[in-house]
Design a protein around this ligand. Structure first.
Ligand code: SF4
Ligand code: SF4
Length: 66
């Protein structure tokens, strides 16, 4: 299983990773980070490790480990 680390304090809540994920397992958190953005969260057990999310993120907030 892949492991995805999202740095929630770097996230600006743009949603690009959410749109990029072929498994549709990323979503906005109900909570906000210290900057007031709804950060991205993941249902990691369904991740295929494609890393599209990390490639899309303009804030480099996502790291994907296989
Ligand atoms: S690595 Fe791929 S499947 Fe996993 S969360 Fe990112 S975009 Fe989705
Ligand atoms: S692409 Fe990056 S900044 Fe945008 S919502 Fe996803 S993790 Fe946050």
């Amino acid at each position: 299983m892949a492991h995805v680390v999202i740095d929630k304090e770097r996230c600006k809540g743009c949603g690009l990773c959410i749109n990029a994920c072929p498994k549709k397992i990323l979503d906005f958190a109900e909570e906000v980070n210290d900057k007031g953005y709804h950060f991205a969260t993941i249902q990691e057990e369904k991740c295929i490790g494609c890393a599209f999310c990390g490639q899309m993120c303009p804030e480099v907030a996502i790291e994907v480990f296989k």
